[in-house]
Design a protein around this ligand. Sequence first.
Ligand SMILES: [Zn+2]
Length: 196
Amino acid sequence: MTDTGPRVPDAGGDGDRGGSGDDAAPDDGTVALPCGETVHRSAFDLGMREYECACGERHAVVMDMHPPSRFVPEAVVDVLRETVSVGEDDAFEAFGTPHLMGSVLEEFPDDVTVVDATDDGRVGYAMLWATAFDARTLHEHVVELVVELMEHAVSHARDDAARGDFEEQMLDFDVAEFVERYRRNRDWRDEYDAPA
Ligand SMILES: [Zn+2]
C-alpha cells in the first residue's frame, strides 16, 4: 500500500464501466440488469429502493439524488466528506452517494449495472445503480465499505490515541446489526430521506 490517503474510484459517469458486459449496445433507453433482464430506464421512479424484477429477485436501486444518509448517519457522512478526496475531474464535487456506489461497483463489478441518464430529460435522475442483490444486502455492503474508508482515514491519522479508539470500537461493530437498526429507524416511504 503506497497510497497517501483514502480515495474512492470515480462514479463511472461516462457509463462505460457497468458490469453488465455488453457496452456497445445502442442507446434505446433500455437497461440490462445484472441478472440479464432488460428494462426501460423509465421503469424506475425516484422513490424506488428496490426493483421487483421479472427474474423473481428484488434488485436494490440507488439514484444519484439519494443522500448517503440512506445508508449511514449524517455524522459519518460529514467525516467522509472531510477525509476522503474525490477525483479531480469528478462530476460530483462533494463525497456522496455516487462515490459510495463507485466503491460498490469496484468491489462487485459483475453485480452492478450503472445507468447514465444525464442526457435523458425524460427520467428524473442523472445516475442510477441497480444491483444483483436486494436493498438490505446492498446496505450491508455499503456499510462495510464505509468502515474500510474510515479505517483507512484513521490509519493515516497522526493521533495514535484516536487510532486506537477507533480500532477498538470497530472490533465490536456488527454490520448486520447496525443495518437492521438503521433501516428500522428510518422512514423509507419518503421520496427524499431527510437526515435522521
Ligand atoms: Zn432480475
